[in-house]
Write a protein that binds this ligand. Structure first.
Ligand code: GAL
Length: 829
């Protein structure tokens, strides 16, 4: 168990200054938060006796939480075989789908146990367990007694365990989790896959998610802060109470203070107003944060401390004008993401999330939809810090099921509780711009569906009147005709660019959001010929072509969406399906095991950019040039055959040369097709080995940049590049190391499938590996994997000890790659 400085409740050990005496003894901390990460015992299977304190768990596996019990495999198409007709995919008959949820063994029951020391606990104290998420149907036991349950695996929830605890260190915590078959449309993960916290406070205290901070007025001179803070007291508690709050900027400078007494009639809530002069605004480009630090006093005695991090930003959604942030019109350049982290499964890891966001930032992405469920709190914190606007989503179904054992079974009893927790946890975050109450819920077209939408939206408004509510709708006609779409603050449509105008004419809001767009499919580094647009196209290799022209029968190429985003002022942006590939939903190969992960990602399951990354980057990243050529140029046997060359660039025109011969100059032009407007394409190039080179010209017609791709020779060596080379020695920091199989000249061997082996020595360990091949059944946690199209990503984890870390990647017949990383001690506070 480790003491942590929690995110939303940062507690500074108060020191009592004894002034002239010179002594400075530390007073007891009024609030302590512990991360329950180590010393957990785990066993798959149902062991009801495990709830009892005396149960012997010595033979159980020792695990560290966050933990995903299913990611270690093995893959098997029978793990969650679903015979279904996927209605939202326009399927006409049920078929057998083996990889729909990733083919991993997440179904069944599992138990986690650990001793629970509660330091400082005793009379006048309270203890709370806070789960950031537990998959799923959590039942929590303390000392053999059930303290509560929470079915929905994605939500955060807490239980007050004060009355269940005994004094001393001899308490036992046990958690039973159970996942049903046919409960999901993607890989949900399994177990205590997010953090578990123990919070110990005085019994006069601020409860979990006890503050609500809004900024009702922001202008150049000042920003007004409205802070509501709840307080819980035992019956007949000491009065009077007082809350002292100061606002600090990121450097810790105090900018405003206030002190508020609480009258008995104040309903146990403090209302405070503070003014910050010349506030700096939060935006994706300037993620400036402030913190309100509150101290709760009973008389002169400090009872609790609580911190609320926030930002100053204002936004509007206006008919005819669309979306604006801090007074500036903009369109969402967003992606939808599922919650898994590829080879790490769903076990949350801050370094892995940060790496994803760094990659998305480079693409110019400024928004994320947490499809189709509540995110990990770490993601929301990172979005505040790094500058991403969030659409936080709650549900994939309401009353009408999409899968046999999905959320519909809990909806009536739990929907309100789930929404309340979602909003209370995340409503102080500047990154959160809107809430989504559902995705493609079949209730869109059910009688009374609009009433459900209204009820859920009202709940969200009640808990947070400052943000609008949306739903990702797919049944556009039904949703418009039965007044479902018109009820919502924001009408969000999935895959309907061709109908945005029609919808906008019929709806009252005056703007439309592309809640889900594109769903183009591709496999990194795979190119199929002839190069033609196609729907639901399948190949014997169970891959999709990276010319970015293949879509599903309901979806579009990126360019088709771009046209509408650019031409229709009332369209306020898009959320592309998806940023990263995810486990499960291997469309168009839903029926074709071993395909078991998606092809939709702009980046693959290993986090390696596919070509599409550069198409979005060329449009979204306005700060840096993009010039990217495809396909690779190593095609033995294709000599003389038509091998189109595409260029994704933000330059308006470019000239292509094949072995020095000009193939002509192309200029982006809106006339012929959506593709000609956003890509430069040379469709008639005949393959000959050598070099393709593109020379780009800027708007003034000046030569601006060049890029080339060469035919590769035989695989010769492995090169390694890490996303970060200096890590933290905290046992969970990660380096993502890209391994490339290259020829002697340093060219990527673009079809290499060499089997690579990984060895980590020093202050680190091998954690996982992924190659982005949706058909690969190789296990992520074993230190060996085949390269896919010449590349893969190995993940190295630090230990708790500082020192040098060495990764060696070897393969028969290739010169090994060696990489050195540094793992540094955690900075003392
Ligand atoms: C949508 C759905 C997503 C995903 C996507 C694939 O209909 O909302 O969850 O299934 O299709 O294209």
């Amino acid at each position: 168990m480790k003491y942590t400085f929690p995110r939303r409740a940062l507690h500074i050990a108060p020191f009592l200054f004894l002034g002239l005496l010179g002594a400075m003894p530390a007073a007891a901390q009024v609030r302590q938060e512990y991360l329950l990460d180590t010393n957990w015992k785990f066993k798959k299977g149902d062991t009801p006796e495990a709830a009892t304190p005396g149960f012997k768990d010595a033979s159980w596996q020792t695990v560290r939480v966050p933990h995903d019990w299913a990611i270690y495999g093995p893959f098997d198409g029978r793990n969650d075989l679903q015979e279904v007709k996927i209605e939202q995919n326009n399927e006409k008959a049920a078929t057998l789908k083996a990889g729909r949820t990733g083919g991993l063994p997440f179904i069944g029951t599992g138990w986690y146990r650990r001793k629970l020391a509660v330091p400082g606990f005793g009379a006048g104290k309270r203890a709370v367990l806070l789960f950031d998420g537990a998959m799923s149907n959590a039942r929590v036991f303390v000392n053999g007694k059930e303290v509560g349950n929470w079915p929905y695996g994605y939500n955060s929830f807490s239980f007050d365990i004060t009355s269940f605890l005994q004094p001393g260190d001899n308490n036992t915590l046990a958690v039973r989790l159970q996942n049903q078959a046919e409960a999901s449309r993607w890989y949900p993960g399994a177990g205590l896959y997010r953090n578990v916290h123990l919070i110990v406070t005085d019994d006069v205290h601020i409860p979990v998610w006890g503050s609500y901070l809004t900024t009702p007025e922001i202008n150049a001179e000042f920003g007004k802060v409205n802070l509501r803070t709840k307080v819980q007291t035992p019956a007949g508690a000491t009065q009077p109470l007082r809350l002292q709050t100061e606002i600090r900027d990121a450097a810790g400078q105090v900018l405003a203070t206030t002190s508020t007494p609480l009258a008995a009639t104040d309903n146990r809530e403090f209302q405070q107003e503070l003014i910050v002069k010349t506030p700096r605004l939060w935006s994706p480009e300037t993620p400036v944060l402030y913190t309100a630090h509150s101290k709760l006093y009973a008389g002169e005695q400090l009872k609790d401390e609580y911190s609320t991090r926030f930002g100053f930003r204002s936004f509007k959604f206006e008919a005819g004008k669309g979306f604006s942030l801090n007074g500036q019109a903009r369109k969402f350049k967003g992606v939808c993401n599922h919650h898994d982290l590829g080879p790490l499964g769903t076990a949350i890891n801050t370094a892995a999330l940060r790496r994803q966001l760094v990659l998305l930032k480079d693409m110019g992405c400024d928004a994320i939809r947490t499809s189709h469920n509540m995110p990990a709190p770490e993601l929301v914190d990172l979005c505040d810090e790094m500058g991403f606007m969030l659409m936080v989503e709650s549900f994939d179904e309401w009353k009408t099921p999409k899968v046999k054992n999905g959320y519909s079974q809990y909806f009536d009893q739990w929907a309100e509780k789930d929404l309340v927790n979602m909003v209370h946890r995340d409503r102080n975050h500047p990154s959160v711009i809107m809430w989504s109450i559902g995705n493609e819920v079949p209730d869109q077209s059910a009688p009374g569906g609009n009433k459900i939408a209204k009820r859920l939206q009202d709940i969200v408004h009640r808990e947070d009147p400052t943000r609008p509510v949306t739903v990702g709708m797919d049944r556009i006609d039904a949703a418009i005709n039965n007044n479902f779409a018109s009820v919502l603050d924001i009408a969000g449509f999935n895959y309907k660019p061709a109908r945005y105008e029609q919808a906008n004419d019929k709806l009252p809001q005056g703007f439309i959001l592309g809640t889900e767009t594109a769903s183009t499919v591709s496999s990194r580094g795979i190119y199929e010929f002839p190069v033609v647009g196609a729907k639901q196209k399948k190949y014997p290799n169970q891959q999709s072509s990276s010319y970015d022209l293949e879509v599903c029968n309901w979806s579009q190429t990126p360019d088709e969406e771009f046209v509408k985003q650019d031409d229709l002022p009332f369209v306020i942006g898009e959320f592309v399906w998806t940023g990263f590939d995810y486990l499960g939903e291997p469309t168009p190969y839903d029926e074709n095991w071993p395909s078991h992960s998606s092809y939709f990602g702009i980046l693959d399951l290993a986090g390696l950019p596919k070509d599409r990354f550069y198409l979005y980057r060329s449009r979204w990243n306005t700060a840096a040039p993009t010039l990217h050529l495809l396909p690779h140029w190593t095609w033995p046997g294709r000599e003389g055959q038509t091998t189109p060359v595409f260029c994704y660039t933000n330059y308006p025109s470019a000239e292509l040369f094949v072995n020095g011969k000009s193939m002509g100059r192309q200029t982006k032009s809106p006339s012929a097709s959506p593709q000609t407007r956003y890509r430069l394409m040379w469709n008639d190039v005949k393959y000959e080995p050598g070099t393709i080179k593109v020379v780009a010209y800027d708007a003034q017609g000046k030569e601006a940049a060049t890029e080339e791709v060469r035919t590769a020779g035989k695989p010769d060596h492995i090169t390694l590049t890490a996303d970060r080379t200096t890590l933290t020695a905290n046992g969970q920091d990660l380096a993502f190391v890209t391994a490339r199989v290259e020829d002697a000249q340093g060219n990527l061997c673009p079809t290499a499938a060499n089997k690579l082996q990984f060895a980590v020595s020093g202050a680190g360990r091998f954690r996982a590996v992924a190659n982005g091949d949706a058909t690969s059944l190789e296990l992520f946690h074993e230190p060996k994997m085949k390269a896919f199209q010449g590349m893969l990503v190995a993940v190295v984890e630090t230990t708790d000890k500082a020192g040098d870390v060495q990764l060696k990647v070897s393969s028969k017949g290739l010169k090994s790659g060696v990489l050195r990383l540094k793992s540094q001690g955690v900075a003392s506070r």
